[in-house]
Design a protein around this ligand. Structure first.
Ligand SMILES: Nc1ncnc2c1ncn2[C@@H]1O[C@H](COP(=O)(O)OP(=O)(O)OP(=O)(O)O)[C@@H](O)[C@H]1O
Length: 273
């Protein structure tokens, strides 16, 4: 998958034959992806129940899987859960509302979790600087002192992104990070993710339902259906009329409008099972 020239070298991510089951139900079937290089934004697409969240959780080590997830050729499972969590940040769709922390404290605790082995005072001072920079970057400073429990769904979702970015992971797994956001913050948040991905050489894998956001921001798309990969590669090539029909059950195609690729969906093709 596509490479860029990040300021800081990141890690290559390899996902090989990843399978996941919940009880008797097989949800992912030997999912393998081409190597994902540092500085790549991957959009993870597919219909409801395709397995997008399961794949992200499997890569993060939050669900038990078979197969292999490697960073620079080393299986991430070998390093233990804490080390894996330092390298791979997973952001669920919604942060739990029940928290006694304010925004600054919640992002600070994420930064501390990702901090290196320096003395505690130094770590806190450095982490606090990083929190401030991240809150500025995501336009969250006005909310810094607000309690998480008092935020709107969209505000909480933006704080979740701040918690991931501040940790400076190698891989960021974002589960529908724009589902609660207005149009402005959908674009601004993904612009920040793309900028940080390129600047730091991390890998961002983003589950999305909005094809237009994928077309606008992703270097690569992975399309899942029934737990299998149905397409992977350059968004404009993968998102063909045949794929819209077969995977989503709709008639659609990608056109260029004012220099921006857009999906035009003209209708439902067939009633899906
Ligand atoms: N904890 C669970 N226990 C049992 N089955 C589950 C569990 N979580 C997910 N599933 C099942 O796994 C399948 C894949 O779900 P998953 O959440 O990964 O899909 P998704 O592509 O993220 O869907 P959506 O777009 O609707 O969020 C679904 O059939 C779902 O019902």
């Amino acid at each position: 998958m596509s490479a860029h020239s990040p300021e800081r070298r990141g890690s290559r991510l390899d996902v090989s034959k990843l399978s996941l089951r919940y009880g008797m139900v097989q949800v992912l079937h030997q999912v393998s992806l081409p190597s994902i290089l540092p500085g790549t934004v991957v959009a993870l697409l597919g219909p409801n129940a395709a397995g997008k969240s399961s794949l992200l959780r499997g890569i993060a080590g939050l669900s038990s899987t078979t197969g292999e997830v490697c960073l620079d050729g080393v299986p991430v499972g070998q390093a233990g859960f804490a080390e894996r969590a330092r390298k791979i940040a997973y952001v669920p769709q919604t942060l739990p509302a029940a928290s006694r922390l304010c925004v600054f404290e919640s992002v600070l605790s994420a930064a501390m979790a990702g901090a290196g082995p320096d003395g505690r005072e130094l770590r806190v001072a450095r982490a606090a600087e990083q929190v401030e920079a991240t809150l500025h970057q995501l336009e969250l400073m006005p909310l810094a002192d607000r309690m998480l429990a008092q935020l709107s769904g969209g505000q909480r979702q933006r704080v979740g992104l701040a918690q991931a970015l501040v940790r400076k992971p190698r891989v960021m797994l974002l589960d529908e990070p724009t589902s609660a956001l207005d149009l402005y913050y959908q674009l601004r948040s993904l612009e920040q993710v793309v900028a940080e991905t390129k600047r730091s050489g991390l890998i961002s894998m983003i589950a999305l339902h909005d094809i237009n956001l994928a077309l606008r921001y992703a270097d690569t798309v992975v399309v899942l259906s029934n737990g299998c990969v149905r397409g992977v590669g350059c968004p404009r090539q993968v998102l063909s009329p045949a794929l819209f029909a077969e995977v989503y059950g709709v008639s659609g195609r990608v056109v260029e409008f004012d220099g921006v690729p857009q999906a035009v969906i003209t209708g439902v093709r067939a009633i899906r099972d």
